[in-house]
Design a protein around this ligand. Structure first.
Ligand SMILES: Nc1nc2c(c(=O)[nH]1)N[C@H]1C(S)=C(S)[C@@H](COP(=O)(O)OP(=O)(O)OC[C@H]3O[C@@H](n4cnc5c(=O)[nH]c(N)nc54)[C@H](O)[C@@H]3O)O[C@H]1N2
Ligand SMILES: Nc1nc2c(c(=O)[nH]1)N[C@H]1C(S)=C(S)[C@@H](COP(=O)(O)OP(=O)(O)OC[C@H]3O[C@@H](n4cnc5c(=O)[nH]c(N)nc54)[C@H](O)[C@@H]3O)O[C@H]1N2
Ligand code: SF4
Ligand SMILES: [Mo]
Length: 727
């Protein structure tokens, strides 16, 4: 027996921690932390190790499956599956055009290079008008804020953790999530070091989270951050704490922002936020006068009714206090693989250039809110969504009103999924195609990985060959395109040369792969060798020679704002009309309903990952703690007659769920915290047995309930009531 150690990195979240795989005869035996990875230095989280359970899971789908009319599935050959899929798509495209073929791309695709790139080429080639992603449940509000501020939608400003003196965290729990839109695999130490340097870490969160318990906690009412942030700006302007030099140098529109904030004295907003005025004043003062400071927000900031505004205001805090683009402040990256930069420069990353057929939501980089998928399927007329490909996603559990989507899926002409499992979404599909795990693919770091205080790059080979008949997703897009008589390379004006491309591909004369595209971009990028023009620059060969990864610079660059900003005047825009309008109409659109007096928020658990790791034996150990539980305050529990460990019915205007009660003073009266990604009934046996409920049965997919500027699903601050079901 041959046992080998293969160096790679975890691709479950943006920490991208180094791991070493023990492989015997093409099978994964074990994953362990890579002590030689320069960034993660031997650190991983429980999920990284437990990925071995997923890799070797007997419940994995390893052959293509085709649905029977009775709802069961038969194994079929790849050839038969792909031929049928291509033929059925061809019929739709010939009859209605490619615009009616839709796609949902899930979160796991974001951490690799191949799936996202090739799915994009495939859907662009079809000219699809129905592209959906997990982003509208995650981060699109952040992207739109960047578009408004910098004219650059792909920018993800991130905190300079290793150098900052003041870290303000709004709606993130990095000790559990390990940092999101921020690459910091040793985030525990990075946070601790802020305080060790004499700095402060302040956590704004309705729940006393794992992170809040270790640092300073400011408990805020759910979905009230916009008022809080406006009050912080109010104090900073009013008390003369704004950095006028920086504002004059970097920005326009500060006077209008100041005028907008003038209405929001902390004494006026404390009733709405639950944060006392003196706390706000102290916080504003400390933030503005710290030697350096940065404001960082994540899903708690991105998933409320005013999500884009909140993301915008977070950056505004850094800008107004002179903390943008300087050491210890809020930074921008130069992508090592500059895919987004090229897109920005070519003005190819759109916002609000198209509107969705249903609800008229603005496009965010060509995608529409996933919340509207159900209605796009059921609403007849030109442009109706008729076929859906879903890759690496589980929208029935992750998108608001999952039941509406599950009910709509069967009326599509064709549903195809590429996944590791039969999940709650693709059990409604016509075909489930066995996808590769990240351990079965080569990769290179890009995208979210750039949001890193240290400039770093790592590439990897696959560590095991695909199990069973699993196939790399990008090849499947490529194959379907070819069977449909299309080349994914014949894009835009090149489409009329489609036949030539198809022929050249068939003859093997052109063969583009994700790897060749990324290697090209790497070499052309800011750290690349420019094909010999820049000595010592990064090359694919040098990356292969450093399998643990290469540190390209100890610190992310500063003083690069002029490269980042794409507005014609090269300045940060602090008062775009869309934002002023949000400020002026704050709160008007959502009158309180006494039938639903509590506010529901989300929660992530250390040993869960969205909806897809509940089948891991390692992660599901611990009978009590590994159940789905709603966190309810002692006061609310008493009022509703709930007991710890008992059952609770949670009711919203959209739906009802039942789950277990955990009474805890982590949440204040009025707030209920429930994790998403539970309530399984797919082909994963342990996950199914774990019980629990889909919290997104409570969240709304109604058009008028989505956030306006980015079409975000509102998943935090949802109005609910709780009832006992034991009595
Ligand atoms: N263990 C684990 N790690 C993960 C994941 C996972 O499922 N499990 N998922 C990964 C993914 S896909 C992502 S996007 C990231 C997310 O990364 P984070 O956003 O850091 O993760 P959460 O733990 O959801 O933190 C959000 C916090 O916002 C708070 N919050 C809710 N509503 C509000 C509000 O209105 N205002 C404020 N100020 N706070 C609010 C919640 O109480 C919660 O503590 O995590 C990634 N990492
Ligand atoms: N209420 C509420 N809802 C939320 C959130 C919340 O905080 N509260 N968070 C939202 C966020 S931030 C996110 S990112 C979304 C996630 O939502 P989704 O991306 O829709 O779903 P996941 O649960 O991540 O499921 C991913 C699927 O991909 C499969 N998979 C894993 N690895 C691979 C792979 O390499 N290839 C392929 N082809 N498939 C793979 C898994 O088996 C699983 O079925 O959920 C969102 N939903
Ligand atoms: S924090 Fe955990 S899940 Fe994220 S990359 Fe590291 S090991 Fe993987
Ligand atoms: Mo996410």
């Amino acid at each position: 027996m041959t046992s080998e150690q293969r160096i790679t990195y975890c691709r479950i979240c943006e920490a991208l921690c180094g791991v070493v795989a023990t492989v015997e005869n093409g099978r994964l035996m074990e994953l362990r932390p890579d002590g030689d990875n320069p960034l993660s230095r031997g650190r991983v989280c429980p999920k990284g190790i437990a990925m071995a359970d997923i890799q070797n899971d007997p419940d994995r789908v390893l052959t293509p499956l085709r649905r029977r009319s009775d709802g069961g599935f038969d194994e079929v050959s790849w050839d038969d599956a792909l031929a049928d899929i291509a033929q059925r798509l061809r019929v739709i495209v010939d009859r209605h055009g490619g615009g009616e073929v839709g796609h949902y791309l899930g979160n796991p695709a974001a951490f690799g290079y191949a799936t996202s790139l090739w799915h994009g080429l495939f859907m662009k080639r079809l000219n699809s008008a129905h592209q959906y992603t997990a982003g509208s449940q995650d981060i699109n509000s952040r992207f739109v804020a960047s578009r408004l501020l910098y004219g650059a939608i792909s920018q993800l400003p991130f905190p300079d953790l290793p150098r900052t003196d003041f870290l303000l965290v709004v709606g993130a729990n990095p000790l559990v999530s390990h940092g999101s839109a921020l690459r910091s695999p040793r985030i525990k130490e990075d946070l601790a070091s802020v305080v060790e340097r004499g700095g402060r870490v302040v956590i704004i969160d309705p729940r006393r989270t794992e992170t809040a318990r270790k640092y300073e906690h400011v408990a805020v009412y759910p979905d009230s951050d916009a008022w809080l942030l406006l009050s912080l700006l109010h104090v900073i302007f009013e008390e003369g704490l704004a950095d006028h030099d920086a504002l004059a140098r970097q920005a326009t529109g500060s006077a209008a922002l100041r005028a907008a904030a003038a209405e929001f004295a902390p004494e006026r907003t404390e009733r709405l936020t639950g944060v006392e005025a003196h706390v706000v004043r102290e916080l504003a003062h400390a933030f503005a006068t710290a030697p350096s400071a940065c404001a960082y927000g994540r899903t708690g900031a991105c998933l409320g009714r005013h999500a884009t505004l909140v993301c915008f205001l977070l950056d505004a805090l850094s800008i107004v206090t002179g903390n943008l683009d300087r050491p210890g402040g809020t930074l921008f990256a130069r992508g090592v693989v500059p895919l987004e930069e090229f897109g920005e420069r070519a003005h190819a990353l759109s916002y609000a250039e198209a509107r969705s057929r249903v609800g008229s939501h603005p496009d965010v980089m060509g995608t529409f809110p996933a919340a509207i998928m159900a209605e796009e399927i059921t609403t007849p007329g030109a442009g109706q969504l008729r076929a859906l490909i879903s890759t690496a996603g589980n929208p029935v559990l992750s998108v608001p009103n999952g039941q509406a989507l599950a009910a709509a899926l069967p009326s599509l002409d064709l549903v195809v999924a590429m996944d590791l499992y039969m999940n709650e979404t693709n059990r409604h599909a016509d075909y489930i195609l066995p996808a590769t795990t990240f351990l079965e693919r080569s990769d290179m770091q890009w995208g979210f990985a750039a949001a890193s205080p240290t400039v770093f790059m790592q590439s990897t080979e696959a560590v095991v060959p695909p199990y069973g008949q699993a196939r790399e997703e990008w090849r499947v897009y490529d194959d379907i395109a070819r069977l449909m008589g299309m080349s994914v390379l014949a894009q835009g004006p090149l489409a009329r040369w489609n036949r030539v491309f198809v022929m050249l591909e068939r003859l093997g004369l052109i063969r583009l792969s994700p790897r060749s595209v990324f290697e090209l971009l790497l070499r052309l990028g800011p750290y690349g060798d420019r094909f010999g023009l820049r000595r010592g620059g990064l090359t694919p060969r040098r990356l292969r020679a450093h399998p643990h990864g290469v540190v390209l610079a100890e610190h992310a660059p500063t003083g690069i704002l002029h490269e980042v900003v794409q507005h014609a005047d090269r300045r940060v825009h602090l008062s775009p009309a869309a934002i002023l309008n949000e400020v002026n109409t704050l709160g008007e659109r959502h009158p309180a309903d006494p039938a639903y007096p509590l506010r529901l928020i989300g929660l992530r658990e250390l040993r869960s990952h969205n909806s897809w790791m509940h089948n891991s034996e390692t992660l599901m150990k611990g009978a009590r703690s590994r159940r789905h539980r709603a966190r309810i305050s002692p006061a609310d529990a008493t009022a509703a007659g709930l007991v710890d460990g008992g059952r609770v019915r949670i009711v919203s205007a959209t739906g009802v769920i039942e789950t277990e009660v955990l009474i805890t003073d982590e949440v204040n009266a009025g707030t209920v915290a429930v994790p998403h990604g539970w309530g399984h009934d797919g082909g994963w046996q342990r996950a199914n047995a774990a019980g629990g409920a889909n919290v997104n049965d409570l969240t709304s997919n109604r058009n008028d309930q989505l956030e306006r500027l980015a079409g975000m699903s509102v998943l935090n601050g949802v109005a609910v009531r709780v009832e006992s079901i034991d009595r």
